[in-house]
Design a binder for this molecule. Structure first.
Ligand code: AMP
Length: 288
């Protein structure tokens, strides 16, 4: 039997009309925001939504305002037909895939900006990125009015920034953060992995390898952040196509760097492999 395709809507009007019926039927709405080119990581968010909600809305929108001027907005993969098939298989109910002009009115001049927690790591490499993310996510929250929204730990800082925004602006949507889904060799799934040449794809495994090493070192009692970062750096530098943008061990709530691992600690990194910028992270737990 063919699985049912989710309904595809492209305008805010249609979306609101459809969701009004759903809400009137007393159904709990879950939201999964994405930029499309869907993989198992995205689909795990749909499954998480289906577990706790009655109706799952997936948004597919390559949001121009979160890309910097020299980034990959034009070349970002757009695979709507394949995405619709994947979403049918995992039981999404509705897909909202608006055009840019539906989301941003001419003369748009309102931005949602989170302060301190958006500044380090991704914020320091991509200065206008989070303001684009928080603005579009707030817009999606307002359009969909979901009871719950699902984000991946893959973009750890993004999830933290969105949670901060939701708390600060009294957004009634619950924010759920779901685990990172990885390829068999450990590489975190990402739509941008499609850019990797076969040699770069092989070398990209150094990101997750360095995080596994950090976990092992902490398990063996190494608590000095500088030492751990040095060892992670060695693993990554063994790949000649890899250029490190940052490796940080930081407080998982404030993102302030730590010198000593004394409690749960975020290990996060950004590495350019050949021409593709990849990020990954894990939470280190000393004495576990
Ligand atoms: P994107 O399409 O890259 O904007 O991602 C949409 C959502 O999927 C975000 O909440 C991401 O954190 C999440 N996501 C992306 N990759 C993964 C992954 N490998 N595992 C879990 N969630 C992911």
């Amino acid at each position: 039997m063919q699985p049912n395709s989710p309904q595809l809507v492209t305008t805010i009007d249609e979306l609101r009309k459809k969701l009004l019926e759903v809400r009137r039927a007393g159904r709990r709405i879950g939201l999964v925001p994405t930029m499309g080119a869907l993989h198992e990581g995205h689909l795990s968010l749909v499954l998480a939504s289906r577990e706790s909600c009655d109706f799952t809305v997936v948004t597919i929108f390559v949001n121009p305002t979160q890309f910097g001027p020299d980034e990959d907005l034009d070349s970002y993969p757009r695979t709507l037909d394949a995405d619709m098939r994947a979403l049918a298989r995992c039981g999404a109910d509705l897909v909202f895939a608006p055009a840019n002009s539906e989301v941003y009115l001419p003369g748009h001049q309102t931005w949602v900006e989170v302060d301190t927690v958006a500044k380090p790591l991704e914020g320091s490499c991509r200065p206008t990125h989070f303001r684009g993310v928080t603005t579009v996510v707030m817009k999606l929250f307002n359009m969909v009015g979901a009871e719950a929204a699902f984000f991946g730990q893959k973009d750890y800082q993004q999830a933290l920034v969105i949670r901060r925004m939701a708390d600060d602006l009294n957004v009634p949507t619950e924010i759920h953060i779901c685990p990172i889904i990885r390829e068999a060799d450990g590489l975190a799934m990402s739509s941008r992995n499609a850019y990797l040449s076969s040699i770069a794809r092989e070398q990209a495994v150094v990101l997750s390898k360095s995080l596994r090493l950090a976990e092992e070192l902490v398990d063996r009692g190494e608590l000095d952040a500088g030492q751990i970062i040095e060892r992670m750096r060695e693993v990554i530098s063994a790949a000649d196509l890899a250029k490190i943008q940052y490796i940080t061990l930081a407080d998982p709530q404030t993102l302030e760097p730590v010198e000593e691992i004394s409690g749960e600690t975020l290990a996060a990194l950004a590495v350019v492999v050949e021409d593709t910028r990849l990020i990954d992270n894990c939470l280190l737990l000393p004495g576990k």
